[in-house]
Write a protein that binds this ligand. Structure first.
Ligand code: CAA
Length: 284
């Protein structure tokens, strides 16, 4: 199956990174969000980062233009009508997903697969919303999606083998390493990583070490490329809390209860790098 033109829903942190990864692999991307300006901003940010990378010499001259020209921003869902494949990374709320999927079902060619980047909602529940449940699958990228090599492929109970094969092949084609995971809260990476972030937040809450020292400890003592609290700021404290809540609610296991600082930061709107403040301050 030839997948050349991909519709990408959601121009937030993940949408931006995935658009970058797809366009860098030569795919045409139609980037949709409820307001076109969100998409324009995301493309401008990709352009800015790639201009810097060109200046540094870490990518070839002309890369910025080649990547950015492949991404078409839009605020009109109808512009996704002719695409070959969908990656959905809209807000992690089942009601929002329901609205979007109902519209997509009517709009897309019947053979089009919808891959969702959800990290906290049930694939089976998402697939059940649609008239094409066998063509719905999880395709979970990692932040920053243009850099991180892994893609978790998560079939819903309804997903067909043909869909799994196509998505696995697409992940390889764009230079990622796919691993297949059965549906379960947190899949593999978040099941391990989010409790680590949560534990770091508990250590902070208990006053055992400062945020900076917790991160230094895990970088220098465990070889993490960045500390767990900086990582929470990178993925979004709201996202870390949502995944932690999923682990807790789906399993009922108290070991996953979210640490108070995660809730506090979210209530304050200090969501990490995207809001310039989280466990650390990025205003400087
Ligand atoms: N967005 C885009 N590109 C970024 C970036 C960002 N936020 N951060 C770094 N990069 C790029 C840099 O531009 C650089 O590219 P070039 O080589 O072309 O210049 C490259 O990544 C390496 O960056 P640096 O040299 O500045 O720094 P580094 O070597 O320390 O790498 C890192 C940065 C890749 C983020 C690294 O610290 C890392 O791997 N951190 C852990 C990330 C991680 O665990 N992600 C998974 C989170 S969980 C998740 O996403 C799932 C979920 O559902 C919550």
């Amino acid at each position: 199956m030839n997948i050349n033109k991909i519709g990408l829903l959601g121009a937030g942190t993940m949408g931006q990174g995935i658009a970058w990864a797809l366009a860098a692999a030569g795919k045409e991307v139609v980037l949709y969000d409820i307001k076109e300006e969100f998409c324009v901003k995301a493309v401008a940010q990709i352009g800015k980062s790639l201009t810097r990378a060109e200046e540094k010499g870490s990518v070839a001259a002309g890369t910025m233009e080649a990547v950015v020209s492949k991404i078409k921003p839009t605020g009109n869902l109808d512009d996704l009508a002719g695409v070959d494949f969908i990656v959905e990374c809209v807000f992690e709320n089942m009601d929002v997903k329901k609205e979007v999927y109902t519209k997509l079902d009517n709009l897309l060619k019947p053979e089009v697969i919808i891959a969702t980047n959800t990290s906290s909602l049930s694939l089976t529940e998402i697939a059940a919303i649609t008239e094409r449940a066998d063509k719905v699958i999880g395709m979970h990228f990692f932040n920053p999606a243009n850099v991180m090599k892994l893609v978790e492929i998560i079939p819903a109970i309804q997903t067909s083998q043909a869909t799994i094969d196509i998505v696995t092949e697409l992940a390889r084609e764009i230079g990622k390493k796919p691993v297949q995971v059965k549906e379960g809260p947190g899949f593999v990476v978040n099941r391990i990583l989010i409790p680590g972030i949560n534990e770091a937040a508990y250590i902070l809450y208990e006053g055992l070490a400062s945020a900076a020292d917790i991160d230094t400890a895990m970088k220098l003592g465990a070889g993490w490329p960045m500390g767990p609290l900086a990582l929470a700021d990178l993925v979004g404290v709201d996202i870390a809390l949502a995944v932690c809540n999923t682990l807790f609610n789906e399993t009922g296991d108290p070991k996953y209860r979210p640490a108070p600082p995660l809730r506090q930061l979210v209530r304050a709107g200090w969501l990490g790098m995207k809001s310039k403040k989280g466990f650390f301050d990025y205003n400087k």
